[in-house]
Design a protein around this ligand. Structure first.
Ligand code: COA
Ligand code: ZN
Length: 313
């Protein structure tokens, strides 16, 4: 009863699936393009309504994404009749131009809050990335943009990232008319208390922000931090089927929060999300055949106990 008074859980949250981009980008073995298309089809069939299908980056930086054009065109075509939103990650104007050519209408433009990670990842300072975003907004006004703030919870090179640096990027994005934002724990070091503190301080600085979260599970705290964020009113989360993922330019980064584990937690908590867990686990089974060593989700290896309702009378 005490918990009932303290928490007001949302009835529903929205999930964005990033396995086709973040999940695959760090795999050294080439995933054949038809497998990528089947992955996207399987994710849509599971009920996922937002998918980050690929990234339009330099093929030398991320060889796994060199088939971005084919993958994006397929995803956009398949998504149309299903009401699925397809987005692609872009690091610069050239990436956004490529995305638009393939029918993508929303790009996830990534900038790291920590200068060193942005230099390693995007080969420019965060200020230069922001200036390029401004150019992009003027050059391609028809393109919707989500601003992705990488290393918002910690950087592999500088350690702690001042909340003021995160807020400055978000504020600059808002001044450019951007209305969707994602805070990324690129290296998976966030803890639940830090998550609450970051969200509360950002709410003071930018009250209308309503960011999504993108957590990695490097230290096993992704779901705990998501749980803490749900308690703070966050209702949009990014995750990857199989718990695949990681940025090749962030040493030590491991997989994303596994979508199937997040879906299972939400099911157990009675929070709606629109995803069919059985179908999603079929997708994870197929990933098992492609990248067995990289899978990090729990549920695909565990008994599900679906026959039981564990809420206590
Ligand atoms: N896609 C394909 N090619 C691109 C490109 C893009 N988005 N952006 C630039 N290029 C090409 C340019 O056309 C140019 O080609 P050229 O030599 O034939 O003329 C060349 O790359 C160099 O352009 P430049 O603007 O100097 O890029 P850069 O070498 O500074 O690299 C990035 C910058 C952003 C393209 C590169 O660092 C990158 O792709 N990073 C992505 C990292 C990533 O995906 N991380 C994980 C996700 S967060
Ligand atoms: Zn990530």
């Amino acid at each position: 009863m005490t918990e009932m008074r303290m928490c007001s859980w949302p009835t529903q949250v929205s999930l964005t699936e990033v396995c086709p981009r973040d999940g695959l980008q760090n795999l050294s073995a080439w995933i054949p393009t038809p497998e990528k298309l089947a992955l996207i089809d399987g994710l849509m069939a599971s009920g996922l309504k937002r998918i980050e299908a690929t990234s339009f980056v330099h093929p030398a930086a991320i060889p796994q994404m060199k088939d971005a054009d084919i993958v994006a065109r397929h995803a956009v075509a398949q998504a149309r009749s299903l009401g699925v939103e397809i987005a692609a990650l872009v690091p610069n104007l050239k990436g956004a131009e490529r995305a638009l050519t393939c029918g993508i209408t929303r790009v996830n433009y990534v900038i790291s809050a920590s200068p060193q990670h942005n230099l390693k990842n995007i080969n420019r300072t965060p200020q230069a990335s922001l200036a390029e975003l401004q150019t992009l907004r003027h050059a391609l006004p028809e393109l919707e943009v989500t601003l992705i703030v990488a290393t918002a919870f910690g950087c592999p090179f500088q350690g702690a990232v001042p909340i003021a640096d995160v807020a400055a990027l978000l504020r600059a994005g808002r001044e450019m008319g951007i209305s969707r934002f994602t805070l990324c724990d690129t290296i998976g070091v966030a803890n639940p208390r830090q998550t609450v503190q970051l969200l509360q301080q950002l709410r003071l600085a930018l009250p209308e922000l309503d960011p999504a979260l993108h957590m990695h599970n490097t230290h096993g705290m992704a779901l705990a931090s998501i749980y803490a964020a749900i308690g703070q009113g966050v209702t949009r989360f990014e995750s990857a089927a199989g718990g695949l993922g990681g940025c090749p330019f962030a040493p030590g980064a491991a997989g994303n929060a596994a979508t199937e584990d997040l879906v299972n937690m939400l099911n157990r908590m009675g929070i709606a999300h629109g995803v069919d867990l059985g179908r999603l686990l079929q997708v994870v089974d197929r990933l098992q055949g492609l990248a067995p060593a990289a899978l990090s989700g729990m549920l695909s290896h565990a008994r599900r106990y679906d026959e039981f309702e564990f809420s206590q009378p």
